[in-house]
Design a protein. Structure first.
Length: 277
């Protein structure tokens, strides 16, 4: 079995984050994110998923440690990273096309060029014909698509997505998942995706990073994205059984979980590794 991995485009090294009042969100986290892959950060509320995502985005400073993107230490936001916010973060007074082109506007791209790029990506996310609408005229799912188009328009290498489908119904959510899989395939970008849904993580990911209470585990998926086989459903059910949705997974479960994974190798559930750091 081939155990090679893609070159990491994002490296998180010994990152710790302590908020005022002494609340520790992350403790000595080290991770590599392979280029061109979709990696999901999965864990219960309060485990540090969004904190880590914002640190990678440069929106939040770590208490210690560092983040490298393309081998360069980051100290704030940069054009090689784009963030898709959970709450859309659209300008209510601006049209859809201006919202989608806003990153390019900040970068000084002339109006005709930035609107052409924005129009291309609005079409990509299924919003052709809505360019001159305003956010209040769109559904929640459509507003989220505008946020995704804005992130794609700036040609960032890394897209950071914080539970982007949490505000939409189940049918729309599945359509978004399919659209995102197409984007991963066609845009050749690196996606770092936050969710609390085990099924969603298994369905869309190349790799899952589990953040249960400061301990980092890696799960690399063997089967192609976009398929939820019976064995993948079994894996998701086992994760739920151990409390992954709501509580920290005790290390005592590691042996039984590893047994599930390795026993499922022949069925294409899990590929290469799971480790605690």
């Amino acid at each position: 079995m081939n155990t090679s991995i893609s070159t990491p485009i994002v490296q998180v090294k010994n990152v710790k984050k302590v908020y005022p009042g002494g609340v520790e969100a992350l403790n000595d986290i080290s991770l590599d994110f392979p280029e061109g892959k979709l990696t999901t950060l999965l864990g219960p509320s309060g485990c540090g998923k969004t904190t880590l995502l914002k640190i990678i985005a440069g929106l939040l400073e770590p208490s210690s440690g560092e983040v490298l993107v393309d081998g360069r230490h980051i100290t704030g936001p940069g054009p090689e990273r784009a963030f898709v916010f959970q709450d859309f973060a659209l300008m209510p007074w601006a049209t859809v096309i201006r919202n989608a082109a806003f990153g390019l506007e900040l970068a000084g791209v002339n109006r005709s060029e930035r609107e052409a790029v924005a129009e291309k990506y609005l079409n990509t996310v299924g919003l052709k014909g809505f360019e001159n609408k305003y956010p209040h005229e769109l559904s929640g799912g459509m507003r989220q698509r505008v946020g995704l188009a804005r992130a794609l328009a700036v040609s960032a290498k890394v897209l950071l997505m914080d539970e982007p489908f949490s505000a939409v119904d189940e049918q729309t959510r599945r359509k978004f998942q399919e659209d995102m899989l197409s984007l991963v395939k066609n845009e050749q970008k690196t996606f770092i995706f936050v969710t609390h849904s085990i099924e969603e993580a298994v369905y869309v990911s190349d790799r899952i990073v589990l953040l249960p209470g400061g301990v980092v585990w890696f799960v690399e998926l063997k089967t192609a994205r976009g398929r939820l086989s019976p064995w993948q459903k079994l894996f998701a059910a086992e994760m739920r059984r151990m409390g992954m949705n709501y509580i920290v997974i005790p290390l005592v479960h590691l042996s039984s979980w590893s047994s599930l994974i390795w026993n499922s190798l022949g069925h294409g559930l899990i590929a290469r590794s799971i480790k605690a750091c």
